[in-house]
Design a protein around this ligand. Structure first.
Ligand SMILES: *Cc1c(COP(=O)(O)O)cnc(C)c1O
Length: 424
């Protein structure tokens, strides 16, 4: 079966609303490359959107899942519990920032983690308002569409959306006239105080580095100021670390770069080496406010996903993927800055660790250039490099290689990127 054949079958079978970045169908994949059914090799700068940090078939993950699938595939933790679920919660409680007592719950996806974090924060505080930011992305379910900023393609004609969601300006150094983190936080929190009222706020929900919204890194001081305000106001500070977590940014969690300790964290993507798992982890008093039976789901914390999560985190420790992400930052960041110095279409290189991006504008202006962005991305694809775009204006080219990618493959990918910019 060729990709062309599969694409024909897909057109007649798969809903059009579910689209793909490329039309090549994967046969097998490792840690840094994917091979399609036509035998072409792709260098992977996407990791299935920041998921396969340990690779697509990490040996420990494969072994753990194989062993688990032979024992049992499912019982439902709410019916007949099992150790693997408990072990993942113990691991998350120990691994996440904050030396206070913690609890966790497991779900199937990032959106479900965010949904539950909001449920828990509302229940624990007895308040309803949730504060979110410009350019935020939190998922595609009804509540998380309301929390997400961008209309196309995420929200267009999918309303009505959930209520009691309030959007305030983000710290976006390239585009907010160089406001300091403290000034950007004051601008956002003034709106919260005057238009919502501090005592009505259940939660402030923020990505420490925004993902789909454009890899926006807030100015230093922004996140600590939000966290301090929430603590003062009796609101829950929720860090959405679904894209930034598990070594991706050169630390276990991106909140730690500024010493921010969230009350709750939402986790998914890189957590389980590609198996579907999400989690909410945080302060025991907040997590345990909810009555027994108030949280859960049929598949949440599936035993295969739990086995994969335990093996993934073990792999991250053994291979020291925190350091690997920092090394990718040095290599890739250096090459991207050289590229930007020579190419006036690149307005900024930003990100942290193995979560880096370039924002592309009309030279000498801040006017977004989504056409050049998609042309460069398409040229990368023609040359066998898998890249993704993002950003509210579609003008950010982002790079998320697996953390286990070897130096030669990384350099080859970067050579291809440079050549693609030259060709467009
Ligand atoms: C991907 C993502 C989500 C949604 O996760 P899904 O598993 O796709 O539901 C939520 N928040 C952030 C920051 C994400 O990157």
């Amino acid at each position: 079966m060729t990709s062309l054949d599969l694409h024909k079958r897909r057109g007649a079978a798969v809903a059009r609303g579910v689209s793909s970045v490329i039309d090549s169908y994967v046969d097998h994949a490792g840690g840094g490359t994917l091979t399609d059914v036509d035998g072409n090799e792709w260098i992977d700068f996407a990791s299935g959107i920041a998921v396969t940090s340990v690779g697509n078939a990490a040996p420990k993950v494969v072994a753990a899942v194989r062993a688990q699938v032979e024992r049992f595939t499912h019982t439902c933790f709410m019916v007949t519990p099992y150790e693997q679920y408990v072990a993942v919660c113990e691991m998350l409680n120990a691994l996440t920032p904050g030396d206070f007592d913690k609890r966790s719950m497991l779900v199937n996806s990032g959106a479900e983690a965010v949904e539950n974090a909001v449920k828990i924060a509302r229940h624990a505080t007895g308040r309803t308002a949730v504060v979110v930011f410009d350019h935020a992305y939190h998922g595609r379910t009804n509540l998380t569409m309301a929390l997400t900023a961008k209309n196309m393609p995420y929200k267009h004609r999918f309303g009505p959306f959930a209520g009691e969601v309030y959007r305030v300006p983000m710290s976006y150094p390239l585009r907010d006239g160089g406001l300091s983190g403290a000034e950007a936080a004051a601008r956002a929190l003034d709106i919260v105080s005057s238009q919502i009222g501090a005592t009505n706020v259940a939660a402030i929900l923020v990505e420490p580095i925004q993902g789909e919204g454009g890899f926006v890194v807030p100015a230093p001081g922004f996140l600590p100021a939000l966290s301090a305000w929430a603590s003062e106001a009796g609101a829950v500070f929720i860090a959405d670390e679904i894209q930034t977590g598990f070594c991706r940014t050169g630390d276990w969690f991106a909140s730690s770069h500024e010493g921010v300790v969230p009350d709750l964290m939402t986790l998914a993507k890189g957590i389980a080496g590609g198996l579907p798992l999400g989690a909410v982890t945080g302060r025991a008093d907040i997590m345990d406010a909810v009555h027994p039976g108030g949280l859960g789901g049929t598949y949440g914390g599936n035993p295969l996903a739990c086995a994969a999560a335990l093996a993934s985190v073990e792999t991250m420790r053994e291979l020291d993927l925190v350091t690997a992400a920092r090394r990718i930052d040095l290599t890739m960041g250096g090459r991207l800055r050289d590229l930007a110095a020579a190419d006036p279409r690149i307005a900024e290189v930003r990100g942290r660790g193995a979560m880096l991006a370039v924002e592309i504008t009309q030279p000498g202006t801040l006017t977004p250039d989504p056409a050049t962005t998609s042309a460069v991305s398409a040229e990368c694809h023609r040359r066998g490099l898998l890249t993704l775009t993002c950003g509210t204006y579609g003008n950010v080219l982002r790079f998320l290689p697996p953390l286990v990618i070897d130096d030669r493959t990384l350099e080859r990918g970067l050579d291809t990127l440079v050549a693609a910019f030259a060709a467009v």
